[in-house]
Write a protein that binds this ligand. Structure first.
Ligand code: OGA
Ligand code: ZN
Ligand code: ZN
Length: 386
C-alpha cells in the first residue's frame, strides 16, 4: 500500500472489476465485495463506527449498471436494479486491495537470544505518565521485547493502577483488580508465600490470558526474592529447531490447567502449552508448573508428552533466554503475559519486608492503545471514567 496511487482505468468482468492504477499496477475487486463495502451513509453509519449494510441482503448476482473513475482517481459504481451508488476513494481501495491475500504485518519482535535484551528496556515513570511519546515508547518496548521496566515510580500503594490506566481499564480476576504480593498467612496463591516461583504465565487456568502484567515494587528489604523473566517465544523457537517432535506434540496436545480455591473459584482451560495462530506463528506460551492438572492424554501418548513437556521446561530454565534482576522500590516490571514467563527466587520473610503490587491489562486494550497512539489520538482525550 502506498496510498498515493490513483485509478487510471477500470475494466468490467462478469463478477468483478479490474482497476489499473496510474503506476501500471492492477487490483481486482469482486462486485459482491464492492457492494458489501459501500461507504455511503446508508451502508455505513456516519458516526457509529459500524456497518449498516446487511451482507445477506445483497443479490447473489449483484452487478454494476455503470462503473467509472472519479475526478480524484477513485471508483464510482452505480448498481443495476436499485440504482444505489457507491463511491470509493482511491487510497481506501488501495489499502484494502486483496489480490495477494491479507496484508498481515507480523508484530516487530526481538527474541531474547544471545543477549538481545541486555540492557533491559526501560522508560521513566514521569515520561509515561506525562507524555504520549513516553507512553508510546513504553508500549513499543513491550511489543518488541515483551518486557519494559518503568523506573522511578512513587512507592505509594495503588500507583500501579494509574500507570496501567495509561493503557486502559484493568482486567479483573478472582485475585482482584489490584493484588498485593506479600508473604501472608492463609495464602490463596504460591505468589503470596516466600517460596521460589519457577517461570510461569499468570492465570493460565483461564481461557483468556491477561495480556500485559505490571508488578510494582514498593518495599524490598528481604534477602533473596530476585526476579527472573524468560522469553517463552525464544524458548519455543529453540525447541522447534532442536526437537521438532516435542514441538509438534506441545503445539497440538491440549493439556489442562486448573485453579480451584474452594472459595468460589474453579477455573480451567484446556490448551496446548505452545499455542499457535492460524499462520503457524506462536500466539501464546502457556506454562505454569504449579497449575498443571494431572495429564490425561491417552496411555500411549503419556510418556512422549512428558518427554516433550520436560524438554521445553528445561529450555525455559536453561538461562539461555532469560533476564535476571533484583527489583528496586519504584521499579515496575511490565511484561507480555502471552510471551514472557516470570518467576522469583525464594526469599526469607524474616530478613525484612517484601511488598509488590500487581495488576493486568488485556491484550486487546494494549494493542488498541498502540494503534490509537500511532494514529496520533491523544491518550488524554480518550479517557473514560473507569
Ligand atoms: C505473581 C508473581 C513474582 C514475585 O504475583 O504473579 O509471580 O516476584 N510474583 O513475587
Ligand atoms: Zn451504500
Ligand atoms: Zn506470577
Amino acid at each position: 500500500m502506498n496510498g498515493t496511487r490513483a485509478i487510471a482505468d477500470v475494466d468490467r468482468e462478469v463478477d468483478r472489476v479490474v482497476v489499473t492504477w496510474d503506476d501500471g499496477g492492477r487490483s481486482t475487486f469482486h462486485h459482491l465485495w464492492l457492494r458489501d463495502n459501500c461507504p455511503c451513509p446508508s451502508c455505513r453509519h456516519p458516526s457509529v463506527p459500524e456497518r449498516l449494510v446487511d451482507t445477506l441482503s445483497i443479490a447473489d448476482k449483484i452487478a454494476p449498471e455503470t462503473v467509472g473513475v472519479t475526478a480524484l482517481g477513485g471508483l464510482d459504481v452505480t448498481w443495476a436494479g436499485d440504482g444505489h451508488r457507491s463511491t470509493f476513494a482511491a487510497d481506501w481501495l488501495d489499502e484494502h486491495a486483496y489480490d495477494d491475500g491479507p496484508r498481515y504485518e507480523a508484530p516487530a519482535r526481538t527474541l531474547w537470544s544471545g543477549g538481545a535484551v541486555a540492557p533491559p528496556p526501560e522508560v521513566s515513570y514521569a515520561a509515561v505518565m506525562e507524555s504520549a511519546a513516553g507512553l508510546r515508547e513504553w508500549l513499543r518496548q513491550l511489543e518488541r521485547f515483551g518486557v519494559s521496566f518503568v523506573r522511578g515510580a512513587p512507592t505509594t500503594p495503588g500507583t500501579v493502577v494509574g500507570l496501567a490506566e495509561r493503557i486502559a481499564f484493568l482486567r479483573n480476576s478472582n485475585f482482584g483488580l489490584l493484588w498485593d504480593v506479600v508473604s501472608k498467612p492463609d495464602p490463596d496463591s504460591l505468589a503470596y508465600t516466600a517460596h521460589a516461583l519457577g517461570p510461569h504465565i499468570d492465570l493460565v487456568s483461564r481461557e483468556m490470558l491477561p495480556g500485559v502484567q505490571l508488578l510494582h515494587c514498593l518495599v524490598f528489604d528481604a534477602d533473596g526474592g530476585d526476579s527472573v523473566l524468560v522469553d517463552g517465544f525464544a524458548c519455543a523457537a529453540e525447541l522447534a529447531a532442536e526437537d521438532a517432535e516435542a514441538y509438534e506434540r506441545l503445539t497440538t496436545t491440549p493439556v489442562r490447567f486448573r485453579y480451584r480455591d474452594g472459595a468460589g473459584t474453579d477455573v480451567s482451560a484446556r490448551v496446548p502449552l505452545i499455542r499457535l495462530d492460524v499462520d503457524g506463528s506462536v500466539r501464546e506460551v502457556r506454562y505454569s508448573n504449579a497449575l498443571l492438572a494431572p495429564l490425561d492424554v491417552p496411555t500411549d501418548d503419556m510418556l512422549p508428552t512428558y518427554r516433550a513437556l520436560r524438554a521445553f521446561g528445561r529450555i525455559l530454565v536453561s538461562g539461555r533466554h532469560e533476564l535476571r534482576i533484583r527489583l528496586q522500590p519504584g521499579d515496575v516490571m511490565c511484561f507480555d503475559n502471552y510471551r514472557v514467563l516470570h518467576g522469583r527466587a525464594e526469599f526469607d520473610p524474616n530478613s525484612g519486608p517484601r511488598h509488590l503490587q500487581g495488576c493486568y491489562v488485556d491484550r486487546d486494550d494494549f494493542l488498541s492503545r498502540l494503534r490509537t497512539l500511532d494514529s496520533n489520538v491523544d491518550p488524554d482525550v480518550d479517557r473514560r471514567v473507569y
